[in-house]
Design a protein around this ligand. Structure first.
Ligand SMILES: Cc1cc2nc3c(=O)[nH]c(=O)nc-3n(C[C@H](O)[C@H](O)[C@H](O)COP(=O)(O)O)c2cc1C
Length: 356
C-alpha cells in the first residue's frame, strides 16, 4: 500500500499508520518496530526528565534509521494548596490502605519541567515531535523547525486546530472522543469537545487546510480506510497497539481490553485530574461521585502514581488506570499478544483490500 499523500512525504513514511504515543506503555522496541515497517512510531516522554529523554532517543536511534515522533504534554508546573491536598488525601487514603500503602503525604514535585523537556527536544534534532494538552507558542515551534523537526499539534476541536496552525504547526492530530487515554482539550470545556472522530476529522480537514492525522476508535483497516475517506492522511492508533506482544502494559490490562465490549469504557478525571478514557473498574466506580473534587492534572496524577504501581505489582487491575478507547473490544478479533510485525501487516492488507 503506497499512498503519495503530502503527510506521508513530510514524515517520510510508507504507510498511513501512526503508533500513538502512550505514556507508560510505549517502548523503544515498539517505536522502532512500527517505523521499520513503514509507519511512524511515537514515544510519549512526558514522565521523563531531560536525561531520560536523551536515553530513550539514543535507544530508538540504535534500533531504526527511520522517522519517529517524541511526544510531550504542554503543561505548567503546578503546586497544590494545602486544602486541595487534604481533600485529595481523604479520598485516596482508604484506597491506599486497601493496597497496603501508608497514608498519602505531600510530594516534592508533581511533574517534570515542561520547558526543560522542550529544550532537550530542540537539542536532539528529532525528525518529528508532537504535543497535547496545550499550545506551543510560535517562537518555540520555529525553534523546533530550525532543529529540523516536523511539529504535530493535537486538537479536540476546530479552534485548537486553528490555534496550532496560527502558531506554525505542520500537521494536526484530530483526537476524537472515542480515543483511549487523556482528552487533550485546551480551548473551551472538555465536555463540549467530546466530538467523535467521524465528525471532527472532516471539519478540521475542511476548516484548517493542514494535513490531518485521525485518532480515536481506529482498530483495523476499516477504520484506517474510513479516516482516509474523511480526508485524514494517516490514522493514529493507541488501543490496537496496546495489546501487542511488545507493549509494556500489564497482562491484566491487556486481558481487560480484549474482554471489553462497546460500553466498557468512559472518561474520568479521578485518576489524574484530567479527563481520560479507560475501562470502567472498581477505582472509577468508587471515585465516580468525586469527579469534580479531585485536584487538577498533574497533581492528582502524581498522587495516584504509587496506587497504580502497587496495583500493578499486586496484579489488581481494579486499581490500575486501564486506559483504552471505545474500540477496545475489537482487539479480540486478533490473536492474543500479537507481535507488532503481524499487526502492521494485517492493518496494511485490510486497508489495501478496502481501498482497492
Ligand atoms: C495508554 C494510553 C496512553 C496514552 N498516552 C498519550 C500520551 O502520552 N500523549 C498523547 O499525545 N496521547 C496519548 N494517548 C493517546 C494515543 O496516542 C492515541 O491518540 C489514542 O489512543 C487513539 O485512540 P484509540 O485508543 O482509540 O486508538 C494515550 C492513549 C493510551 C491508550
Amino acid at each position: 500500500m503506497k499512498l503519495p499523500t503530502e503527510l506521508m512525504q513530510k514524515l517520510g513514511i510508507h504507510h498511513p499508520i501512526v503508533l500513538g504515543p502512550m505514556m507508560g506503555v510505549g517502548t523503544p522496541e515498539m517505536v522502532a518496530a512500527v517505523t521499520n515497517l513503514g509507519g511512524l512510531g511515537s514515544f510519549a516522554a512526558s514522565a521523563l526528565n531531560g536525561d531520560g529523554i536523551r536515553t530513550i532517543v539514543a535507544s530508538i536511534r540504535e534500533k531504526t534509521q527511520g522517522p519517529f515522533n517524541i511526544n510531550l504534554f504542554v503543561q505548567e508546573t503546578l503546586q497544590p494548596t494545602e486544602p486541595e491536598l487534604q481533600k485529595a488525601f481523604v479520598l485516596l487514603n482508604p484506597i491506599r490502605a486497601k493496597l497496603g500503602l501508608a497514608p498519602a503525604t505531600p510530594l516534592a514535585a508533581y511533574c517534570e519541567d515542561f520547558r526543560a523537556q522542550l529544550e532537550v527536544l530542540i537539542e536532539l534534532k528529532l525528525p518529528v515531535v508532537s504535543f497535547t494538552f496545550g499550545l506551543l507558542e510560535a517562537e518555540s515551534v520555529e525553534r523546533l523547525h530550525r532543529a529540523g523537526s516536523v511539529v504535530i499539534g493535537t486538537a479536540t476541536n476546530l479552534a485548537e486546530a486553528h490555534a496550532w496552525k496560527d502558531n506554525g504547526a505542520d500537521i494536526i492530530c484530530a483526537l476524537g472522543s472515542e480515543a483511549g487515554g487523556h482528552r487533550g482539550t485546551f480551548i473551551g470545556s472538555y465536555d463540549s469537545s467530546m466530538i467523535g472522530t467521524m465528525a471532527l476529522v472532516p471539519q478540521i480537514v475542511d476548516g484548517v487546510g493542514l494535513p490531518v492525522i485521525a485518532a480515536g476508535g481506529i482498530m483495523d483497516g476499516r477504520g484506517i480506510a474510513a479516516a482516509l475517506a474523511l480526508g485524514a492522511q494517516a490514522a493514529q492508533m493507541g488501543t490496537a497497539f496496546l495489546v501487542t506482544k511488545e507493549a509494556g502494559a500489564h497482562s491484566s490490562w491487556k486481558e481487560r481490553i480484549r474482554g471489553a465490549c462497546d460500553t466498557s469504557t468512559r472518561t474520568t478525571k479521578t485518576f489524574t485530574g484530567r479527563a481520560a478514557r479507560g475501562i470502567i473498574n472498581e477505582f472509577m466506580q468508587r471515585m465516580q461521585a468525586h469527579e469534580n473534587d479531585v485536584p487538577p492534572y498533574p497533581i492528582q496524577n502524581a498522587l495516584t502514581t504509587d496506587i497504580r504501581l502497587a496495583a500493578r505489582n499486586a496484579n489488581l487491575p481494579d486499581y490500575l488506570s486501564l486506559w483504552a478507547g471505545q474500540g477496545a473490544g475489537m482487539s479480540k478479533a486478533r490473536q492474543a499478544d500479537i507481535p507488532i510485525a503481524i499487526l502492521m501487516q494485517q492493518l496494511i492488507n485490510e486497508t489495501s483490500q478496502i481501498l482497492a
